[in-house]
Design a protein around this ligand. Sequence first.
Ligand code: NAD
Length: 249
Amino acid sequence: DVTLKTKRILITAAGQGIGAASARACAAAGATVIATDINGDLLADLAGVPGIETRVLDVTEGAAIDALAAELPDLDGLFNCAGVVHHGTLLELDDAAWDFSVNLNVTSMVRMCRAFVPGLLRRAESEGSTSILNMSSMASSEKGFVARTAYGATKAAVIGLTKAIAADFVAQNLRCNALCPGTVDTPALRGRIASAPDPVQAEKDFIARQPMGRLATVDDMTPTVVHLLSDGSRFVTGQAVLVDGGCTI
Ligand code: NAD
């Protein structure tokens, strides 16, 4: 059931980090993966991997999303992984940063789902089941974190969006779940550590909030990604799935 053979899965933000690892894991599980990212140079790393096709896609470009959906009407899975972390309290959040977070973390997912759901529903009818996975975070409606106002609010919106989509299409065998990781060692996290006033202390602080005493690796995420995109999770929908090393116990 964890096989993804016969599944065609599109992943956003697959150029590095959790998205890239997910593209590789889905392909290894037998899927045909359409790995997309805003950054074509990053996608070059995946270009030769068996089972992976790469496409440049900026998920804030609605017209580009619609064009890609018209080209790919037969997906079985969609992993909306793109998102951005704004660092700051409410008092450090200006309108531009808020709008950027909402646009990239939430509106892009609305547009991606709206564009690809008709095809996913057709495939669910003929193949039995299709699946959307939306990237949320433990920093969302699950738990509040310091200096994560825009991030926490938008990742909470992802959970609400996910549950609404799940409710609308549950009877047509299109499932929709949200992934809520803990702190994952990715290029984005390394960037946040490097730009902190004291990077050594910042890394210690990130580790200190993980009860298992370590950061997650991207490979701690991918088995759950594969599971939620596979028919092995066929009775799971509308869930915020925490893969957080116990942060929210
Ligand atoms: P990362 O920086 O390592 O990778 C992000 C990728 O997104 C890059 O390849 C980048 O080119 C791409 N991207 C940026 N803007 C884009 C756009 N407009 N359209 C398409 N692609 C775009 O990031 P990551 O840490 O792997 O994070 C991926 C997702 O996981 C994000 O939604 C993030 O919020 C979420 N997440 C990360 C963590 C963590 O600790 N790393 C924890 C919880 C949730």
